[in-house]
Design a protein around this ligand. Structure first.
Ligand SMILES: [Zn+2]
Ligand SMILES: [Zn+2]
Length: 268
């Protein structure tokens, strides 16, 4: 029995004797199946020719991403907080060096993930660090490896420790979640967003899509809900889902002007 990992989206499936017949996450309209056909790997095979780059994105915010790039190429963030560390988003590869680096910074109290494209090997990480996983219940159907470590939450927000708050924004996925970190950005606050609010090439702007690879836009109702859900929270920075995909100043205004620009573009 092996826990196979989809090579296109990086999702690890529950143990099976044979490779799964398909990957529902890649067959969904928001992703795509490899042009050469569905391919699978395992954690052991992945570790043979990949390693993790481990580098600070900001003080108390450690980036962890796989090299050479694997699947979607995201990096996770280890947010180091006095009440315990939170792993924001996740990646497929977990190896000994990564475990040592994370333990040197105090381990992981819990994992929270923005949406199913970053579920990756979350159960491996949760088991290794004895951590709970917070996922929004609206995306329950996309969990490919079940575990009692997953705690599904419902509604608009979930308060964690040290005033950390998970905020359900939707759009890209119904359960799409961002994390508010009030102590981030030197106490001015930061949002960790994955690609629920995605930081674009022009770092003064963000964007919002139902599908990024297939260019399916989000609609006006979904967009207004994002803006409304984050309105009560103060933040000056946004950390997106990839290395250096960050808005480092005036981020709340960046979301507002980006949403206005987007609404103009889809209504003209
Ligand atoms: Zn897949
Ligand atoms: Zn995604």
């Amino acid at each position: 029995m092996e826990a196979f990992i989809c090579s296109q989206c990086g999702t690890q499936f529950g143990e099976s004797a044979q490779q799964p017949s398909s990957c529902p996450i890649c067959e969904d309209e928001r992703q795509f199946v490899r042009h050469g056909g569905q391919e699978w790997t395992t954690l052991d095979r992945l570790a043979r020719d990949h390693h993790n780059r481990i580098e600070d994105e900001a003080p108390r915010l450690l980036g962890i991403g796989t090299e050479p790039e694997f699947a979607i190429g995201q990096r996770a963030l280890l947010l180091q907080s006095p009440g315990g560390n939170l792993l924001w988003d996740c990646i497929s590869l977990l190896d000994g060096e990564t475990v040592a680096a994370v333990n040197a910074r105090g381990g992981i109290r819990a994992i929270a993930i923005s949406h199913p494209h970053f579920y990756s090997s979350m159960i491996e990480w949760a088991e290794r660090f004895d951590a709970q996983i917070f996922l929004h219940a609206a995306d329950r159907e996309w969990v490919m490896r079940k575990s009692p470590r997953i705690k599904f939450w419902d509604g608009a927000t979930l308060s964690l420790w040290d005033d950390l708050t998970l905020i359900n924004c939707g759009a890209h996925f119904e359960g799409g979640t961002v994390l508010h970190w009030p102590a981030g950005a030197n106490g001015k606050g930061a949002l960790l967003t994955g690609d629920i609010i995605t930081v674009v090439q022009d770092r003064r702007y963000v964007s919002f899509m139902r599908s990024y690879p297939n260019y399916i836009p989000a609609g006006p109702t979904a967009l207004r809900r994002i803006v409304q859900r984050i309105e009560p929270f103060s933040f000056n920075q946004i950390y997106g889902g990839w290395w250096q995909a960050n808005v480092l100043s005036d981020a709340k205004a960046a979301v507002a002007r980006s949403a206005e620009r987007y609404l103009r573009a889809i209504s003209s």
